[in-house]
Write a protein that binds this ligand. Structure first.
Ligand code: ZN
Ligand code: ZN
Ligand code: FE
Length: 763
């Protein structure tokens, strides 16, 4: 018989392994295998030493990888062997902070089934307690101020655990062993309900009182996980209209929170993929097909066939939803496009006059964190990446330099890279005001601290007027960083390449609203040959003027006029078109602007093409949220898609570049509108045509370049119909098609592309 050789294994585990119940898991695993030693957190990894014979250590290691807790994500495990030291027990050691090291931080996690069961069982000591959590769920990123992740470095430090919570916290066999935000009604955070002036509402159960206010049609500001939300009864048109008027958000769709999946299915169609997303630990808002007959007010998402829906993701939400028995509008607590309010005082000031009452609590929020938004079109796609996803990195297929990429103007995110990690920030917002810029700067500071990133390079969009660009130039000069400007659509395509781990070159189709071109015009309907480092513009939509600049974006009828007069002649008659209702004075001004090119930059934007057709067909001439005209045009298309009907198009070659000519398309649309062809038909024909533009141009480019892989990026591909049609058509032609999944295809993904490009440009 062989004698078993005892040895000491020193194990380093990297990934999301802190704040997810990893040490108790290791403790239990060591007990099971009868191994002695210790486990501890450091600022770089989880370290383990175990002593035992070879076979036992091997099976311990294999269980470590396969049985890890649900929220853990093991990125890499390294093992080295040494002679034994003679440990006599297995312990959880003190955490260790090491200079310069960092590790991944868990996103916040939706309430787990065990915790949910506790808050709803009357004999549990956490019955009805809105801050219940455990190692498998609860706040993480939003409360962490620094690493390693331990209670004193979180906003929970102010709460001293009661003896019972202490016992759970120190018992390795308890679900709350080392759960840093552990709390109970005796010792943890508590709720308070106050009115619009901050005066406490007296008496009774707070959740019941808050629910009564909601049921009576009131607007309630709720302090959630990453900031305040504004809630109201989603079945009450009156409540919604009041909220809209106060929030100055007249028609942008609002998200709805619904208590259970079963209830969601009363209002929406839910596919198996969508169900998986809704119930995932990330618990995002998912855009679902809205059923006819749902009693959720149409005012929640006017003119849309999709509803943004999420399940409750904190105990507070669960309790509120159950108590009201209503689907609740749950939208970011902010005025228009300011960042979400996070502190009690801040909310009472900024949301004054918007909310009737405030449901406050005293657990501090360190990082602002909006709800994430996903859609499923074939595969799931994150279109706003925040709660549940950030700050988990996107893994790069190479080791990156340390870079700060500042992102774009709208839907801003930034990205910091280090090693093979791209720390794509949570959604920051539209960089159009001081508050958002401040949020951007603070969050960069937090990520630099958490992940110990000291950028040597700063990447930014070429648009000179973007606040993020101005920030980059200033910060870059101050800290003498290498500055790398990146073209907007190149960044779009590379963000798609990076998340698909493809280097290129590919044919990049970047369709969006606005991006600064290398020739100073506004690009947005672009065909590029692109890889991680370089790009060449090989095709684009025909240029037309943007009469009045920004105004033309808010008023799509201006774009319709621009196309008509530029392509069909300045004498073109508006007779028989919805546009003929325009006032002649404004019409004369627009005509002058177009004729003389006053404040009318040229654009090849695909977003503007959609706007123009929408306005021309009479769907929407003025918008009050981004892409509204295009979205409403998409919504009109019939469910049964017939791909045969389309409008004519042609592609000319101008100086080696393919230019999509749109004159025939507009003549044909005009004819259809004058002939009163139903809008669903026009919408479908137009979408088919855009899909054809994409395939025809890609075929031309493929013939020249021999490349048959296409990457689709840019906000226009949030149009599901177009995404579906274009992908199918390209695949039929033999192209392999890359699309977005983890990273938004809209400008929220720009910073990732910028970072990757900067890494290779600066070699
Ligand atoms: Zn839990
Ligand atoms: Zn307690
Ligand atoms: Fe863009």
């Amino acid at each position: 018989m062989l004698t078993k050789v005892e040895r000491l294994a020193r194990i380093s585990v990297r990934g999301v392994v802190q704040g997810v119940g990893f040490r108790p898991f290791i403790y239990r695993l060591a007990q099971e295998h009868n191994l002695k030693g210790w486990v501890r957190n450091t600022s770089g990894n989880v370290e383990i030493e175990v002593e035992g014979d070879e076979e036992t250590v091997d099976s311990f290691l294999s269980d470590l990888k396969t049985e890890a807790p649900p929220m853990a994500r093991i990125e890499n495990v390294e093992v080295t062997f040494y002679p034994t030291k003679g440990y006599t027990e297995f312990q959880i050691g003190e955490s260790l902070s090491r200079e310069g090291q960092y590790q991944l931080v868990s996103p916040d996690v939706a309430t787990c089934e065990d915790c949910k069961a506790e808050i709803f069982s009357s004999d549990d000591r956490r019955f009805g307690y809105p801050f219940t959590n455990c190692t498998n769920c609860g706040p993480r990123f939003t409360i962490i101020e620094d690493i390693p992740y331990d209670r004193p470095k979180t906003t929970m430090r102010e709460f001293e655990m009661c003896p019972q919570c202490q016992r759970e916290y120190h018992d390795p066999l308890d679900r709350r062993f080392h759960a840093q935000p552990n709390a109970c009604p005796q010792c943890g955070p508590s709720l308070e309900l106050v009115d619009g002036d901050g005066e406490p509402v007296e008496g009774g159960n707070v959740i019941e009182a808050a629910s009564d206010l909601l049921k009576a049609g009131g607007i309630l500001a709720v302090k959630g996980l990453g900031g305040f939300q504004l809630a109201c009864d989603a079945t009450s048109e009156e409540a919604i209209n009041t909220l809209r008027a106060r929030k100055r958000r007249s028609s942008k769709p609002l998200a709805v929170m619904i208590a259970t999946l079963e209830d969601i299915e009363k209002h929406c169609l839910v596919s198996p993929e969508e169900r998986k997303l809704l119930e995932s630990p990330q618990c995002p808002i998912v855009l679902l097909r809205w059923k006819h007959g749902s009693n959720i007010s149409p005012a929640v998402a006017p003119n849309l066939n999709y509803l943004g829906v999420m399940l409750p993701y904190t105990p507070l939400h669960h309790l509120l939803l159950k108590e009201t028995g209503l689907p609740l509008v749950m939208t970011s607590g902010n005025l228009s496009e300011e960042p979400i309010a996070k502190d009690n005082d801040e909310a009472l000031t900024r949301l004054k006059g918007i909310a009737d009452y405030f449901l406050l609590h005293n657990r501090g929020i360190y990082a602002r964190y909006d709800d994430s938004v996903c859609m499923v079109e074939g595969v799931p796609q994150v279109i706003r990446r925040a709660r549940g996803y950030a700050p988990y990195p996107i893994f790069l297929p190479f080791k990156s330099k340390q870079i700060l990429a500042c992102g774009a103007e709208l839907k801003n995110t930034f990205c910091l890279t280090k090693d093979e990690h791209a720390f794509l920030s949570q959604h920051i917002g539209d960089m159009e005001n001081e508050e958002t810029l401040e949020h951007f700067e603070n969050t960069i500071g937090l990520y630099k601290k958490l992940f110990r990133v000291e950028p040597e390079i700063i990447a930014y969009d070429m648009h000179p007027e973007y606040l993020a660009t101005k920030y980059a130039l200033e910060a870059g000069a101050k800290e003498s960083l290498k500055l790398v400007p990146v073209q907007h659509h190149h960044a779009h395509i590379v963000s798609c390449l990076a998340e698909n781990k493809v280097e290129g070159p590919v044919i990049g189709v970047a369709f969006d609203g606005t991006g600064y071109g290398t020739d100073g015009t506004i690009w947005g309907g672009e065909f590029l040959l692109a890889d991680w480092k370089n790009f060449k513009r090989v095709g684009h939509l025909e240029y037309v003027p943007l009469p009045g600049g920004e105004v033309a974006i808010k008023k799509p009828y201006r774009m319709a006029l621009s196309y008509l007069y530029s392509l069909l002649g300045e004498d073109f008659s508006l007779e028989g078109l919805p546009l003929s209702r325009l006032e002649s004075a404004e019409l004369a001004i627009i005509k002058q602007q177009l004729k003389r090119g006053i404040n009318s930059p040229l654009t090849s934007s695909a977003g503007r093409l959609f706007d123009a057709v929408s306005a021309l067909a009479g769907v929407r001439g003025e918008i009050d949220y981004e892409a509204q005209a295009a979205i409403e045009l998409e919504m009109l298309a019939p469910d049964e898609v017939d791909e045969s009907a389309s409008y004519p198009l042609s592609i000319d070659e101008e100086g080696g570049i393919g230019v999509v000519k749109l004159k025939e398309l507009f003549s044909a649309v005009v004819q259809d509108v004058r002939n009163q062809i139903p809008l669903p038909v026009i919408s479908l024909k137009f979408h088919n045509t855009v899909a054809q533009i994409i395939t025809e141009m890609c075929k031309l480019i493929a013939r020249e370049s021999g490349i048959n892989q296409v990457a689709l990026s840019g906000g226009v591909f949030q149009n599901r119909l177009l995404l579906k049609l274009a992908t199918a058509a390209l695949q039929r032609e033999g192209f392999s098609v890359l699309t977005h999944h983890l990273v938004p295809g809209n400008d929220g993904g720009i910073s990732l592309g910028q970072a990757v490009i900067a890494n290779f440009v600066s070699i």
